[in-house]
Design a protein around this ligand. Structure first.
Ligand code: PLP
Length: 424
């Protein structure tokens, strides 16, 4: 599929007058249309609810848009819980899906009334000791092990993943939790990441629905929801076909009717914890070409760096690049597009064919709306960029300012030298 920016060159010329590059730009219209389509695809299920994976894009302004469509928050840390609380997301609207969980995080999750999703059987005791009871609604994370395959394609390797409980542990955990007073149960699993196929959710649903029927039969507990978690991917490369959320919703419905309905479990709610699928395509990193360098290769140096988007450096991930205003020019120049970190992997693209880039050109780095800004760091003392929302009416709104040196030095503020640094 041809990858096109959601912003025009003319709009960008206006936006940069107010907000200098680099910044992440988000597309309000795209976000709204996408979440509507998700809800429609699962409208057949009474209790359907998306818990947005906060770690993907922890920006209150963006999450508030999703809230309008009934989304909750999937949290896995103390500050993510705080953020949810601050925007009024509490109680059953929070799914707390964490692992290796510190006690204070369970305590806060419980205080906010979040649904707790246990990653391990030993956490039953740990949770009970921490909060003094077992909540009435509780969820367990399942990991069947082995390889997760669609026909012959290996999608991922759950047997090598740190998350979740084994089949035996699930049964044991349900029995113990029931004894300790839990009433409503959930089952969760995340078995493959960034899947660009309509088959992932239905296949995962089959595994979880069958597991749910088994657990229900053997323990007699009430299973309230099944959480298909995240993992629906997006087409980062132009040759990939985007997922069809309607087909995915229908696929899950078929399995639901095959497995859960005959078992008398037609009241089970479907939950999701999508991150990438919700916002990935609706964000981009806007950066300016500030240098060109001709040595053993051709380099374009931009004003953003891996601090703003680490996926290429970390995973070798492909992010499509559009040179604004040159969309129709031939891609007949081969470049490495680099940031300024003293790390040779600080490259947004390697050997990428682009139109001839001139200094001052704006480059759009696509699909940074999820796991983009949020994975940022401060190596080389580089400061993280701003986040800007392109609203439906075409105006731009700052939704997070860029970091300043004072932010960088803030953790020294209790020291003399720190006070001096921050005054500067
Ligand atoms: C990361 C994560 C998600 C979201 O994953 P995406 O790939 O962004 O959909 C959902 N649930 C849990 C528990 C996660 O760790």
């Amino acid at each position: 599929m041809k990858k096109e920016p959601f912003v025009t060159k003319e709009q960008l010329d206006e936006i940069v007058k107010e907000f200098p590059t680099p910044f992440h730009l988000y597309d309000e219209r795209g976000i709204r249309e996408n979440v509507k389509a998700l809800n429609e695809a699962f409208a057949w299920n009474q209790g359907f609810k998306e818990y947005f994976a906060v770690k993907a894009t922890p920006n209150p302004f963006l999450i508030q848009i999703l809230r309008e469509y009934g989304c909750g928050c999937d949290c896995s840390s103390y500050t993510e819980l705080m953020l949810s609380d601050a925007i009024g997301v509490r109680g059953g609207d929070i799914m707390f899906s964490s692992n290796d969980t510190p006690a204070e995080e369970y305590a806060l999750a419980d205080k906010l009334g979040a649904i707790i999703n246990l990653d391990d059987i030993t956490h039953i005791d740990f949770l009970e000791k921490t909060i003094g009871h077992i909540p009435e609604t509780i969820s367990c994370r399942y990991n069947p092990g082995g390889l997760f395959k669609i026909s012959n394609d290996i999608m991922d390797n759950p047997g090598d993943s740190k998350y979740g409980m084994t089949t035996e542990q699930m049964l044991e955990a349900f029995k113990i939790l029931k004894e300790k007073g839990a009433r409503d149960f959930g089952i969760h699993a995340f078995l493959a990441s960034n899947t660009v196929t309509n088959d992932y959710y239905p296949m995962l649903a089959k595994v979880l629905f069958q597991e749910a029927v088994r657990l229900q039969k053997e323990t007699g507990v009430h299973i309230k929801f099944i959480n298909l978690s995240g993992g629906i991917g997006i087409p980062y490369t132009p040759d990939q076909e985007p997922n069809d959320i309607r087909a995915i919703g229908e696929g899950v419905r078929k399995v639901y009717e095959q497995v859960l309905i005959p078992a008398g479990m037609g009241d089970v709610a479907i939950y999701t914890e999508l991150g990438r699928y919700m916002l990935g395509p609706y964000g981009c990193l806007v950066t300016t070409a500030i240098h060109e360098k001709h040595t053993h290769k051709e380099y374009i140096g931009v004003d953003a760096s891996a601090v703003d988007l680490i996926r290429p450096a970390m995973y070798g991930a492909y992010h499509h690049i559009t040179v604004m205003g040159k969309e129709d020019k031939p891609c007949n120049h081969q470049y490495d597009v680099t940031g300024s970190l003293c790390e040779n992997n600080d490259k947004f693209a390697i050997d990428r064919m682009l139109p001839k880039v001139a200094k001052g050109d704006y480059l759009i780095i696509h699909d940074t709306g999820a796991h983009g800004y949020s994975m940022g760091y401060n190596y080389n003392g580089k400061l993280k960029s701003a986040e800007v929302l392109l609203r439906e009416d075409g105006t731009a709104q700052l939704i997070r300012r860029a970091e300043t040196p004072a932010d960088y030095f803030a953790t020294f503020d209790c020291f003399e030298i720190g006070k001096k640094l921050i005054q500067k």
